[in-house]
Design a protein around this ligand. Structure first.
Ligand SMILES: [Zn+2]
Length: 446
C-alpha cells in the first residue's frame, strides 16, 4: 500500500499519511522468507495502512572471542526439541552483510523455517534466519532494559547533528525541531498515555507499564524525516509519520510547518504554536496524526497488543483512530478519547451509498480489504471499533484477549479470524452489521 493513496492527500496542507503503524508480521511466511533471503532487513512498520517487513538492523558487536564447541548452526539450548525456549536469554552469532555479528536478547518466538525472533535490551525485535545463524547459546543473566538516558544517547545518533533529547515519564524524544514543538508532542504523548491506561482500566483491562522507554524521533523537516525513514521502508516520501514494530520507535516531523514560517532563530511560545496550527486547515489531522502513531506505540508496549503478533489490521487501526480524535478547544488540541472521529465519520457517511452488506465481514476476514482501499477501509475500521467499544465493551475485551493469546509468528486465516469474531460478538454477522449501521446513523457531528 502506498501512502499516496491516503484519503484526501492532495487536499491537505500536509501530506497525510501518518498513521503508519506498521505491522510487521514476521509470520507472513512466504513474504518473510522472500524478504529475508533478499537482505537481512526484516521490517515491521506499523503505520496508517501499510504493512511492511524489514528486519531491524541487529545490534552490532564483534563476535565473541571464545568459540563455541558446537558446530555452526547448531543450537545448544533445549535437549528435547533442539530449539531454545521462548523467554530464555540468548547470545546469537549470525552473519549479516557478510560480517559476523552478535546479538543478546530474549527469545520471543522461534520457527524452524523462519528462524529466531529476538528482543534486545533496547526493545528492538530482530529476526535471525536459519541460514544466517551461526551459533546460539543461552546466557544466565536476565535482559536489562536500556535506561532512558542511554536510550536517548543511542537514538540521537539516528538524528541530524545538533539534535537534542528530552526524557519524560515514559518517552524519550529526540528532535531537531524547536523545543516548543518537541515538548508539545511529548506532552501529548504523556496525556494520551494516561488517558489510554485509564480507559482500559475502566474496561477491566490491567495494562503493564512499558518495559522499555518509548522512543520518538521528531525531525524538523520532511527531508530529514524521509532520509531516516527510507532506511526502514520503501515509500517513506509518501508518509508523514509511522510507528515501527521492530525498532519500537516513532518517527515524524514538524507537522505544523511553523518553523518554516518563522524568521530564523525566532522564538515562539506554545500558545503561538497552537494558534498557528489551528489557523491552518489541516490542524485536526495534524493532531490526529501525532496521537494516532503514539497510540500504536503505547498499545504495543502496554500489553494490549502483541508486537508482530496476529493483529487484524482493522483492529490496530481502529484502536488508534478511536483514541486520536482531536479537540481543538482543549489546551493541547487533544482530549478526545472515544469522541466521534469527525474525519472518519464523514468518510463513512460519504461512502455509505456504495457500501455493500458484506463490508463488515470482509473487513474482519482479511487485511487486504483495508489495505486495498484505505478510503473505505479506514473509516470502516474506525466505525466498527467505535460501535463495538461503545456498545459491546466486554465482548471487545474478550476479543482482544483472544487476539493477544496468539503467539507471534502465527498468522490466522480468514476462517479463524471470523470464528474468533463470532465467538466474541455473535454468530449473526449480518445482524451485527445492521446494528452497527443503525448506531452510526444515530450519530451526529457536534
Ligand atoms: Zn495506524
Amino acid at each position: 500500500m502506498n501512502c499516496s493513496e491516503l484519503p484526501n492527500a492532495a487536499s491537505l496542507p500536509i501530506r497525510f499519511c501518518s498513521k503508519f503503524a506498521a505491522f510487521s508480521r514476521w509470520a507472513l511466511a512466504p513474504v518473510f522468507k522472500q524478504v529475508v533471503s533478499r537482505s537481512l532487513r526484516v521490517g515491521t512498520i506499523l503505520c496508517l495502512a501499510f504493512l511492511s517487513m524489514s528486519l531491524a538492523p541487529a545490534q552490532e558487536k564483534s563476535a565473541p572471542e571464545k568459540p563455541s564447541k558446537e558446530k555452526p548452526g547448531k543450537q545448544q539450548t533445549d535437549e528435547d526439541s533442539g530449539v531454545p525456549r521462548v523467554g530464555s536469554v540468548l547470545l546469537a552469532a549470525f552473519e549479516e552483510d557478510k560480517q559476523l555479528r552478535t546479538l543478546t536478547g530474549e527469545l520471543v518466538a522461534v520457527d524452524p523455517a523462519m528462524g529466531q525472533l529476538i528482543l534486545d535490551a533496547d526493545g528492538k525485535l530482530t529476526v535471525i534466519t536459519p541460514n544466517s545463524l551461526k551459533r546460539l547459546e543461552e546466557v544466565s543473566t536476565p535482559l536489562v532494559p536500556t535506561p532512558a538516558k542511554e536510550m536517548a544517547s543511542k537514538a540521537l545518533k539516528l538524528m541530524p547533528p545538533g539534535s537534542r533529547s528530552l526524557v519524560t515519564d515514559h518517552f524519550v524524544v529526540c528532535y531537531n525541531t524547536s523545543d516548543v514543538y518537541a515538548h508539545w508532542n511529548a506532552d501529548l504523548y504523556e496525556k494520551l498515555y494516561k488517558g489510554f491506561y485509564r480507559f482500559w482500566k475502566e474496561k477491566g483491562v490491567e495494562l503493564k507499564p512499558p518495559r522499555f522507554p518509548l522512543v520518538a524521533l521528531i525531525f524538523e523537516s520532511d527531508k530529514d524525516y524521509i532520509e531516516y525513514a527510507s532506511k526502514e521502508f520503501a515509500g517513506a516520501q509518501n508518509t508523514i509519520g509511522y510507528y515501527h514494530q521492530s525498532t519500537n520507535r516513532l518517527a515524524s516531523y514538524d507537522l505544523t510547518g511553523i518553523q518554516g514560517m518563522m524568521p530564523a532563530k525566532a522564538q515562539y511560545t506554545r500558545s503561538d504554536l497552537i494558534n498557528h496550527m489551528i489557523s491552518r486547515p489541516g490542524a485536526e489531522r495534524t493532531i490526529a496524526t501525532i496521537v494516532h502513531e503514539a497510540c500504536h506505540q503505547i498499545s504495543f508496549n502496554s500489553g494490549l497488543q502483541v508486537r508482530l503478533g496476529d493483529n487484524p489490521r482493522w483492529l490496530s487501526e481502529g484502536l488508534a483512530m478511536f483514541f486520536e480524535s482531536p479537540d481543538l478547544t482543549s489546551q493541547n488540541g487533544w482530549g478526545g478519547i472515544g469522541k466521534l472521529n469527525k474525519f472518519n465519520f464523514q468518510k463513512l457517511v460519504a461512502n455509505s451509498p456504495s457500501r455493500t452488506s458484506d463490508s463488515l465481514e470482509l473487513l474482519v476476514l482479511d487485511d487486504k480489504h483495508i489495505a486495498e482501499s484505505m478510503e473505505t477501509g479506514y473509516p470502516e475500521a474506525w466505525g466498527l471499533t467505535f460501535y463495538l467499544l461503545k456498545n459491546k465493551p466486554k465482548d471487545f475485551v474478550k476479543y482482544l484477549d483472544g487476539i493477544r493469546a496468539r503467539p507471534p509468528g502465527k498468522l490466522s486465516g480468514p476462517k479463524e479470524r471470523i470464528e474468533l469474531f463470532r465467538d466474541c460478538f455473535g454468530d449473526d454477522i449480518a445482524k451485527i452489521d445492521k446494528d452497527y449501521i443503525r448506531f452510526m446513523q444515530r450519530q451526529k457531528l457536534p
